[in-house]
Write a protein that binds this ligand. Structure first.
Ligand code: 5GP
Ligand code: ZN
Length: 118
């Protein structure tokens, strides 16, 4: 269920503080400590799954739930609505995929970007 050495397991269990965006019995979302967009938060399962490379059919509903949650939380956190607003969902996977924390997470990045507007 949890890996005692995992940073994001510690965050979902409240052992390390975070700026929480959302929590239910299966999913936890919190702001990225080093945001790379005006809105940048992470959605993680409470279950310790190391990466998308380890996701199986058993995790399909959980991952679907995280994906469907992303647009709701994006609006709540200040992203503008589709189509002029929007956001990106990024899932870094493995070392060559840029993954640094080995607990599955969706990056949700967006928010107002005045320099993009005409
Ligand atoms: P990855 O490169 O694994 O896809 O992304 C890991 C993300 O976790 C990075 O964007 C990094 O800023 C974020 N991060 C790392 N440590 C912490 C932490 O202790 N708290 C929070 N809120 N974010 C973290
Ligand atoms: Zn973990």
């Amino acid at each position: 269920m949890h890996d005692p050495n995992c940073l994001f397991c510690k965050i979902t269990q409240g052992q390390i503080p975070s700026r929480k965006v959302y929590e239910d019995e299966a999913v936890f979302a919190f702001h990225d400590i080093r945001p790379s967009a005006p809105v940048h938060f992470l959605i993680v399962p409470k279950l310790h799954v190391p990466s998308m490379a380890q996701a199986t059919d058993e995790h399909a509903a959980l991952i679907g739930r995280m994906m469907v949650l992303a647009p709701k939380l994006a609006l709540q956190e200040g992203c503008n609505p589709y189509p002029d607003g929007g956001f990106r969902i990024v899932v870094n996977t493995g070392t060559e995929g840029g993954q640094e924390v080995h607990h599955l997470h969706l990056h949700v990045m967006g928010g107002p970007r005045p320099w993009l507007r005409g």
